[in-house]
Design a protein around this ligand. Structure first.
Ligand code: SF4
Ligand code: FES
Length: 361
């Protein structure tokens, strides 16, 4: 059997050899680090994904050895395959960096700035993208889009205003489940995710749409408003599951399991799809064999408080302003921890202020 020929491609002055048919994005992933373009819609595990969001734009300064002409426009690296001798600029191109700023601005045109109340905060690809590539302002002067609320089932919450129309959830439902009941309706700024007939998405693997969603448009109703992700500790665990491989990540606080998700790789993509039973119904430690703490990038907010004996930051504000700052509200006088008899991970629906202990009582 003949081997697939290897092609040489140089990205930001680093040369790699990849098999023919590899996209520029996947070649850059082999190099890793900052050279790798961000990707909001491409998902290596989903066939046909990519080409929707334009966050992965790169400049091709040399087309190939045979035809060295540069490509006239920036190209989507997830949808452009490498050619032998190709030269690509990612973070070394001013044009690319400028285009990324524009794409972030575009993605945020209709996205609500509701990170403080969004369950995805702290693990949102759009938050990270805006932080790394975004600009401070926007030129948009119109109202953001609004939608009628749609209930898509008892386990998954849809916030259509946050959706960036990446299509990942549609591909997941199409490729993982027997039957897809949702899709993207209408065109242009009227496009929206919908189940059309208001049918719930209740097949055994549909919970995976939560994990592939790069923003907070699809979140887990069983975890909703119960904790912030950076207060929980992720641990890898497994169980003998008849439906899926049962290899998951538990998001724990103390010995309570708040949330179960699939494990993700360095590109924030699911390693193994998990079934709804593992995700939504196995919320007790005894359901799982714990393997140990999950590897989380130290740059992630989720890593905070995970160090042994961290040095406490010094409050320098009184020294700087010459007096104690006047607090508008000290969050700790309003709420601290949940009342002992209440297990937040078990209550039905979102946590409520009544579920927390009031210190001043
Ligand atoms: S709901 Fe999430 S996964 Fe689905 S299209 Fe919108 S942003 Fe993408
Ligand atoms: S990741 Fe390439 S267009 Fe979205």
């Amino acid at each position: 059997m003949s081997e697939t020929p290897k092609l040489k491609v140089t990205i930001d002055n680093i040369t790699v050899e990849v098999p023919a048919g590899t996209s520029i994005l996947n070649a850059a992933r082999q190099i890793g680090g900052d050279v790798t373009p961000p990707a909001m819609c491409y998902y290596s595990k989903l066939e046909g994904s990519g080409g929707k969001c334009r966050t992965c734009l790169v400049e091709v300064s040399k087309g190939s050895e045979k035809d060295p002409r540069p490509m006239p426009k920036l190209v989507a690296s997830c949808r452009t395959n490498v050619m032998d001798g190709m030269e690509v600029k990612s973070i070394t191109s001013e044009k690319v960096l400028d285009a990324r700023k524009g794409v972030v601005e575009f993605l945020l045109l209709n996205h609500p700035l509701d990170c403080p109340v969004c369950d995805q905060a702290g693990e949102c690809d759009l938050q990270d993208l805006s932080y790394e590539h975004g600009d401070a302002g926007t030129r948009y002067e119109f109202n953001r889009r609004t939608f009628d609320k749609e209930d898509i089932g008892d386990k998954i919450q849809l916030h259509m205003t946050r959706c960036i129309l990446c299509y990942r959830c549609v591909f997941t439902a199409e490729q993982l489940t027997q039957r897809r009941e949702h899709g993207i309706l209408d065109r242009g700024d009227k496009s929206e995710i919908s189940t059309l007939l208001g049918k719930s998405l209740d097949n055994e693997f549909i919970g995976n749409v939560i994990d592939v969603c790069p923003v907070g448009a699809l979140t887990d109703k069983t975890f909703r408003f119960k904790n912030r992700v950076w207060f929980t500790k992720p641990v890898d665990a497994h169980r003998d599951c008849p439906t899926c491989k049962g290899k998951v990540r538990l998001w724990m606080r103390g010995d309570e399991v708040y949330r179960v998700t699939a494990r993700k790789d360095e590109w924030n993509e699911v390693e193994d799809w998990i079934c709804n039973t593992c995700r939504f119904d196995k919320k007790e430690v005894k359901d799982w064999v714990i393997e140990g703490p999950s590897k989380i990038s130290r740059h992630s907010v989720i890593s905070q408080n995970h160090y042994v004996n961290p040095a406490k930051t010094q409050n320098v504000l009184p020294e700087v302003i010459g007096k104690d700052p006047k607090l508008l509200m000290d969050i700790h006088t309003i709420s601290d921890v949940n009342r002992p008899e209440i297990e937040l991970s078990r209550i039905d629906g979102p946590a409520h202020s009544d579920d927390f202990e009031k210190k001043d009582k």
